[in-house]
Design a binder for this molecule. Structure first.
Ligand code: URA
Ligand code: CA
Length: 433
């Protein structure tokens, strides 16, 4: 087989065979196919697209390019959730214990990552003593007995994706639905997911800015998952304003606890119920989304979801007392209110910029080496559609530095107040099953 023939075939619009796809993924991973040929093929894919069969084969070829996590010792359908990323997205912290309480095993491998706040692991490390260094035996035992565990990323998963993503980044080929969809799905499958629920965000704070693009990506990923034997569902949700009220690591732990108690922000609660229902259905613990939602509401109501969160903290070495006394979490030294400059209604809160404001306080990492301040962040006291009067607090800043003028300015600039009320955009645009 020759790479040049594969490039020409795709350039001229034909579908590649499974063998051809495996050939270029293997060759590119081991270095026998050079960057210039791979770049050319990526551009051909960008313009000529891929069939459903090609997308499924590309995904599995990337899965098989490296190590995979074997979760077969865990009973039941292992469900993973993936979000394309947003600002203040506290859902993972809530969903783990919530669906575990319904009997769905959550065997989560998670990262730290760059962003406005830390990743799920950073947030959990705001809890004193909490650690994610479990042996695979401990991990399996915990998921079997408690139904939820989080472990740090390990192993050389999907090396083909790592190399391809870096090449796409510098060759104008990131923004291709078959390439994005196979990239995301290969990582979930390599991490051991038996079923997958996807939260594709749309809006200013999201990777996919329009609902059309988000729908195309969500549909592509759902088809790939189902075609490779992983039951997959998706939703398209709004990321034009931050999700929930808290943006920051320990602040989001507090928000997750409130939500598990049934007292969380409406949007975060609704998103967790929607995604959670899909997780319970693909995890084969309920037949319908409606039945699943009833189960989730019941485990919030009777306290069992919160109890699992407590046990989960305890099993992973953390101080579970934080659940009843959140003042045991890291506390910021200073607290400032951001006053409204006039009477009116909130018409817009730019998710990205508000996320950046949290990062300026130290809540997230700008580079891999940056240290995170787990105590700091922002709590929004108003959301789009709310009325405000002059001087009322729009947001509370939790900081460990005394001068927060830069953060104050950013929040004032990117929270719009107008005389006429404007409703918030829908939280969930579509449910794809
Ligand atoms: N995120 C991914 O993981 N892969 C892509 O290709 C794009 C976004
Ligand atoms: Ca939040």
């Amino acid at each position: 087989m020759r790479m040049i023939d594969i490039i020409e075939k795709k350039r001229d619009g034909s579908a590649l065979t499974k063998q051809e796809i495996e050939f270029f993924i293997e060759g590119y991973t081991n270095g026998s196919i050079p960057d210039y040929q791979m770049s050319s093929l990526l551009m051909a894919i960008f313009f000529q697209n891929m069939t459903d069969e090609e997308r499924a084969n590309l995904t599995m070829a990337m899965v098989n390019s490296g190590e995979t996590i074997d979760l077969s010792a865990i009973e039941g359908v292992k469900v993973d959730k993936h979000s394309t990323g947003g600002v203040g997205d506290t859902t993972t912290l809530v969903l783990g214990p919530l669906v575990a309480a319904c009997g769905v095993p959550v065997a989560k491998m998670s990262g730290r990552g760059l962003g406005h706040t830390g990743g799920t692991i950073d947030k959990l490390e705001a809890i004193e003593g909490f650690h994610v260094e479990l042996t695979s035996e401990q991990f399996v035992k915990q998921v079997n007995e408690l139904k939820v565990a989080v472990i740090g990323q390990s192993g050389n998963l999907t090396p083909a994706d790592k190399k391809l993503y870096a090449l796409r980044d510098v060759t104008g080929t990131v923004n291709s639905i078959p390439l994005i969809a196979s990239s995301i799905m290969s990582k979930k499958i390599a991490a051991g997911a038996g079923a997958i629920v996807l939260d594709v965000k749309t809006g200013d704070g999201a990777f996919m800015k329009t609902t059309e693009d988000a729908r195309a990506l969500a549909t592509a990923m759902v088809r790939i998952g189902n075609n490779v034997g992983r039951k997959t569902m998706a939703i398209i949700s709004d990321m034009s304003q931050p999700l929930g009220r808290a943006i920051g690591n320990s602040l989001e732990i507090v928000e997750a606890i409130d939500t598990l108690k049934g007292n969380g922000p409406d949007d975060l609660t609704e998103l967790c119920l929607t995604l959670g229902s899909q997780m319970v259905v693909v995890g084969e613990k309920a037949e319908t989304l409606e039945e699943a939602r009833e189960m989730l509401l019941a485990v919030i109501e009777d306290g069992s979801a919160l109890e699992i969160f407590k046990q989960f903290i305890k099993w992973q070495g953390g101080n579970e007392k934080i659940v009843d006394d959140v003042s045991l979490l890291p506390q910021a030294a200073f607290k400032f209110e951001v006053p409204a400059s006039e009477d009116g209604f909130i018409t817009f809160m730019e998710a990205d910029e508000i996320g950046t404001a949290a990062m300026l306080l130290g809540a997230g990492r700008a580079t891999k080496e940056s240290e995170i301040d787990l105590a700091v962040g922002i709590v929004l006291n108003k959301k789009v559609g709310d009325a405000v009067s002059k001087g009322e607090s729009l947001a509370t800043i939790y900081s460990n530095r005394e001068d927060v003028q830069d953060v104050m300015d950013k929040l004032t600039k990117f929270i719009d107040i107008e005389a006429a009320k404007k409703d918030a955009p829908p939280l969930i645009y579509e449910v794809i099953t």
